[in-house]
Design a protein around this ligand. Structure first.
Ligand SMILES: CC(C)(COP(=O)(O)OP(=O)(O)OC[C@H]1O[C@@H](n2cnc3c(N)ncnc32)[C@H](O)[C@@H]1OP(=O)(O)O)[C@@H](O)C(=O)NCCC(=O)NCCS
Length: 293
């Protein structure tokens, strides 16, 4: 089969989303990827489209595969289900590893869906080792009211909250994330996205201080409400705020006709046990693999 290779442009974002959606449909029978996720990724400050992305087009113009490298440390390779078994995964893994070496980094990580048996086998056969697990968690949506201890309130995210919410989230995530995301990078992948859903994104307030937040993205036409980030300031933990933020989101999502609340969590955060206490269950998982370059 003849394929053309070229860097991605922002105009490819919708077609790349379709490719990822086709793979999710094949593995899980439904699509969970947020439509503007690819566009948000392509706009990340560390990405130079000409150097860090590659799309593979079939002769009929269909996108057969794509790959990107982020900061020389993280890569993603996706092959359309109609084009698996043709060597594109191997070719793109060669490409992302080559590109990462140009950054001079010593290792490269990438995430593979656990339902993707071929992809899992491929990275393992190349010597990738398991670094971490991501779980997609879900719980049914109900009409329960959030319960708050005295002095704490919840309200929807409002314009002007961006900077303080960035600080609360990054201070909390600094406990486990390898590098802090400065405001511009964080904003482009959260509050500046077209899918950002302020109504389903409560902030927790104590006095006049923001001390926690749950940030949601809208999945149009999906029965799922999706919380993208959840954080509570260290000195306000253990008072039920995470529970209240998720209850608030679930209640508002239910009013919109959503049936499920879902979110991703990473093994490095140690938060799985908390989510299980909050009645969330694992829907599916992905594995983060790493290779020494
Ligand atoms: C995870 C986090 C949001 C929890 O916030 P919190 O307001 O302290 O949580 P809550 O007080 O609402 O706790 C909810 C329930 O989970 C339990 N819980 C909280 N942290 C827990 C943990 N690390 N392990 C097990 N259970 C935990 C609580 O005991 C409580 O259960 P209960 O109501 O039955 O007593 C907060 O610790 C945080 O911001 N961490 C850093 C950022 C992060 O990891 N976010 C999640 C990434 S996906």
């Amino acid at each position: 089969m003849d394929f053309t290779r070229r860097p991605a442009t922002l105009d490819d974002a919708a077609a790349i989303h379709q490719l990822i959606a086709a793979a999710e449909r094949r593995w899980h029978g439904q699509v969970e990827a947020v439509p503007d996720a690819v566009a948000a990724d392509l706009r990340r400050p560390l990405i130079t489209l000409d150097l860090d992305t590659l799309v593979v087009e079939a002769a009929n113009g269909e996108l057969a595969a794509w790959a990107w490298v982020h900061g020389g440390r993280r890569a993603q390779v996706d092959v359309h289900p109609s084009y698996v078994g043709l060597g594109l995964g191997t070719e793109l893994l060669d490409w992302v590893e080559r590109r990462a070496r140009e950054f001079g980094t010593d290792w490269l990580a990438q995430t593979v869906d656990d339902a993707d048996k071929a992809g899992t086998e491929l990275v393992r056969s190349r010597g990738y080792e398991v670094l971490a697990t991501n779980w997609l968690l879900e719980r049914p949506v109900d009409g329960a009211e959030p319960e708050l201890s005295e002095g704490l309130t919840l309200r929807p995210f409002a314009p002007g909250d961006e900077r303080i919410v960035h600080q609360v989230v990054q201070d909390a995530f600094d406990e486990w994330q390898p590098r802090r995301h400065e405001y511009d990078e964080w904003a482009r992948t959260t509050v500046e996205r077209t899918s950002f859903d302020p109504e389903l994104s409560p902030v927790a307030v104590a006095g006049d201080e923001v001390v926690g937040a749950a940030l949601s993205l809208e999945l149009p036409g999906s029965p799922d409400a999706y919380v993208d980030q959840l954080a509570v300031r260290r000195d306000f933990r253990g008072r039920g705020l995470a529970r209240a933020l998720l209850t608030y989101t679930a209640q508002r999502a239910g009013r919109r006709g959503k049936q499920t609340l879902m979110l991703w969590t990473h093994s490095g955060t140690g938060a799985l046990a908390m989510y299980e206490r909050l009645g969330m269950r694992v829907r599916r998982s992905t594995t983060v693999y790493r290779i020494q370059l």
